[in-house]
Ligand binder design. Structure first.
Ligand code: GCO
Length: 457
């Protein structure tokens, strides 16, 4: 562990320390005030999809405890809150009728942040697609991109004046590959054609939303949050190195390529182009608009080996063993320097705007003992990754802030409530919140900011 003061000295005075959450993971009240079902409500009710049959029906009951939770953020002394907006609360059927009561909730949320001096970083899509849109094909349908554009417009018109930043999507990698190719997340599809359709329509939806946001609220910095993978070849062999390059194109290039370069990676197009949906004239120009910022969500590296089997589908890789045997309780390898190398590599490959680390954190299922949660391994994980972020700043990269995932334990998607990532422990029976040791340490660090040194000169 690093002393918070020593660590703080490595960051500029205006560096932003925040905490992050997502609507479906914390809000609960799945049927309140006109909210309709999302694909996650449906998915979590299907036997065998989510650990223990858990769902976000109640979650952290944040919908009913908004003020208490905003007080908690304020007491933790962090400056910024990254949250997501639930599309099924705003336009419950995805298209058509707007639900004012849903907008009222986020109105109270942003007002509540402003009243407490907390900066607001909103995400428009954190995976809770209105279920009704599945009737048209969900993200596999081009029409969903236009439905998203309208939703973005509606949200920004109502709360955009009080947002410090907005992101269109959170981790398209998850809502595309994990959800439509690997079948782990809603809607649980396992089909390359569907996945490629979701890829292009998500990218298009991002671009259309950027247009809408800039039209309605030209002063709100708009960005995109990507869980870029730090792809590392499992050996120095030419085969494994080529495999890592293919994996980069598939896992990162599928999103970074169109958004930051206006093109899909050549290797992806040549291997999978015949399964891709129509890329219409003008689509890539819509997708490739300059952004004000981008966000990186980083947890663990991706190590790959060549999969030389005949017929192995692009990118034809298999997992390589961990280099560091230490892993978090969810089984992810701990390797902070991969985050530094990844960001350096991305700025080499693409023309990127300034960035935030919009998620980083660790799963440790430490429980409350005598009113305390001694989660030293999480504290170590976060301080080591913050040191890696400070290394990026020393190298001159424009890293402007860091959001810990997560403010509090919550519904961890397919893992249900079995995996805890919070700086604050949640007792799901009583909804009692207990700030963990890591949360107290983070408060000490955040308390040093903003500091005066950035005004020098
Ligand atoms: C994500 C997520 C979170 C997860 C976290 C831990 O964007 O992946 O925002 O929803 O809970 O990443 O797996």
């Amino acid at each position: 562990m690093i002393d918070p003061k020593t660590l703080a000295a490595r960051f500029p005075g205006d560096f932003l320390f925040g905490v992050a959450t997502a609507a479906y993971q914390i809000e609960g009240s799945a049927r309140a005030d006109g909210r309709k079902q999302s694909i996650w409500d449906a998915f979590s009710k299907m036997p065998g999809r989510v650990h223990n049959g858990d769902s976000g029906d109640v979650a952290c009951d944040h919908y009913n405890r908004l003020d208490e939770d905003l007080d908690l953020i304020k007491e933790m002394g962090v400056e910024a809150y990254r949250f997501s907006i639930a599309w099924p609360r705003i336009i419950p059927e995805g298209v058509g009728r707007i639900n004012e009561k849903g907008l009222d909730f986020y109105d109270r949320l942003v007002d509540g942040c402003k009243a407490r001096g907390i900066k607001t970083f909103a995400t428009l899509y954190h995976w809770d697609l209105p279920l009704a849109l599945m009737g048209d094909g969900g993200w596999a349908a081009r029409s969903t991109a236009y439905a998203f554009q309208r939703y973005a417009k509606v949200v920004m018109a109502r709360i955009g004046d009080r947002l410090d930043a907005v992101a269109t999507f959170n981790e398209p990698w998850c809502s595309v590959w994990l959800s439509h190719l690997y079948g782990i997340h809603a809607p649980g599809e396992r089909n390359m054609r569907a996945a490629l359709a979701a890829m292009h329509h998500t990218n298009l939806a991002h671009g259309l939303a950027v247009e809408a946001i800039r039209h309605v609220t030209p002063n709100v910095p708009v960005g995109l949050v990507l869980n870029a993978h730090s792809v590392i070849a499992g050996s120095d062999s030419a085969g494994d190195k080529a495999a890592a390059e293919r994996a980069f194109d598939f896992h990162n290039g599928a999103f970074f390529g169109p958004v930051f370069k206006g093109e899909y990676p050549k290797s992806l197009v040549s291997a999978l182009g015949d399964k891709m949906p129509a890329v219409e004239d003008g689509d890539l120009a819509v997708i490739n608009q300059k952004l004000d910022w981008w966000g990186l969500n980083y947890y663990t590296p991706m190590r790959v080996l060549d999969d030389a089997r005949q017929g192995a589908e692009f990118p034809a890789t298999q997992p390589a063993p961990f280099v560091n045997p230490e892993k978090t309780d969810i089984g992810w390898e701990i390797f902070p320097s991969a985050m530094t190398d990844l960001v350096v590599d991305l700025y080499d490959r693409y023309e990127l705007p300034e960035m935030y680390i919009t998620e980083n954190g660790a799963c440790y299922n430490t429980e409350v003992e005598n009113g305390e949660v001694n989660d030293q391994p999480r504290l170590d994980y976060i301080s080591d990754h913050l040191a890696a972020a400070a290394d990026l700043i020393s190298k001159g990269l424009p890293v402007k802030g860091y959001f810990a995932w997560s403010l509090m334990d919550n519904f961890e998607w397919a893992e249900g409530y079995s995996m805890r990532f919070g700086l604050v422990h949640v007792d799901y029976e009583t909804q009692v919140r207990t700030v963990k040791k890591s949360g107290k340490w983070y408060t000490q660090l955040a308390a040093q900011f903003p500091k005066g040194n950035h005004r020098a000169g």
